[in-house]
Design a protein around this ligand. Structure first.
Ligand SMILES: [Zn+2]
Length: 324
């Protein structure tokens, strides 16, 4: 029995290299081929010699040659486009993410030959890079929920004695964990950041960058956040007193939406990825943010958004992925 992975009629995109390239051309160039060298639109012609590489265009303006993958995350990749599409589709349609290792195994079943784990890992990081939001996007407005959460890094909690005779230290369950701070517009988008520590100084620039001046901000009773939100319209729920939802003049004050997002993020990180290195955490956050922000689309539409976002972005192995 052959399982359908792509919706009907679209399956050839992950099976047929030519169809995949034509599809990418139609997505990337809705008004005809755009020359990446000089920016001329719709003035290029296809080169169709017997020995010519498939999908090669020549610009009538600058006379230079190009293909659709140029200046995209697919540039210089030896992986055929249809396999890239398979990876993008799996990542966009799996709610809790898809591990590179699982993709590596699935390619064996689907294509009869494996994409190596190392290659799969690199492909997935490139896709996450494409999913990264543009830094100049609109600020979040309306009702905005903020919260932080701690991921990873299990250690034994309690007092531990260093061997070298130094003073015993207390280790809290939060030591060794990574902090994620997220801002979520109710009914809208979420944006997450990996930060070093929760302090008002660390949070203030993020608050200024992400939240509109007139937004109504809701948080739990964290003191660092109170400091960072000093000049904003700000309401808190006190989890310590078992308060999670409160109504004031018909307005629902709660951080339950963002807590829900965190639970999905954690289930994904623990269940799918198991371990995420701190330098890469931001990339995984971008991936989860992307899926959440496109949650109202179908799996196919979401894959389309990711595919269009691949254009104009390049990532090479030598560039540290965690730093942008
Ligand atoms: Zn040109």
């Amino acid at each position: 029995m052959k399982r359908t992975i792509y919706p009907k009629g679209q399956a050839e995109l992950i099976n047929n290299e030519e169809k995949a390239r034509e599809f990418f051309e139609s997505q990337r160039w809705p008004d005809g081929p755009v020359c990446p060298h000089c920016g001329l639109v719709g003035e290029a012609y296809k080169l169709q010699g017997k020995t010519t590489r498939k999908g090669l265009y020549k610009c009538a303006g600058c006379r230079k040659k190009f293909t659709v993958t140029m200046r995209s995350i697919f540039e210089d990749s030896h992986i055929p486009l249809h396999k890239w599409f398979y990876a993008i589709h799996l990542m966009c349609s799996s709610k809790k993410g898809m591990s590179a290792y699982q993709f590596h195994r699935m390619t064996a079943t689907y294509y009869g030959e494996k994409v190596s784990y190392r290659t799969a890992w690199f492909m997935f990081h490139r896709i996450r890079f494409a999913m990264t939001q543009h830094p100049m996007v609109e600020k979040l407005s309306g009702t905005v929920e903020c919260d932080e959460t701690y991921v990873g890094g299990k250690i034994r909690v309690g007092t531990y004695k260093p061997r070298d005779g130094k003073k015993p230290k207390y280790r809290s369950p939060r030591d060794n964990k990574a902090v994620v701070f997220s801002v979520l517009q109710r009914g809208g988008d979420v944006r997450s950041r990996h930060i070093e520590r929760v302090t008002a100084d660390n949070l203030r620039p993020i608050v200024d960058e992400m939240i509109a001046e007139d937004a109504h901000v809701m948080t739990d009773s964290s003191t660092a956040l109170t400091g960072a939100l000093a000049d904003r319209k700000h309401d808190q729920v006190n989890h310590r007193h078992d308060e999670y939802v409160r109504y004031e003049n018909g307005v629902c004050i709660t951080t339950n939406t963002i807590e829900g997002y965190f639970s999905l993020l954690k289930r994904g990180i623990y269940g799918t990825y198991h371990q995420v290195g701190k330098p890469y955490l931001q990339q995984y956050l971008n991936e989860f943010d992307f899926r959440y922000n496109n949650r109202k689309s179908t799996d196919m539409e979401r894959s389309g958004v990711a595919l269009r976002a691949t254009a104009g972005k390049r990532l090479t192995l030598r560039r540290p992925i965690g730093i942008q």
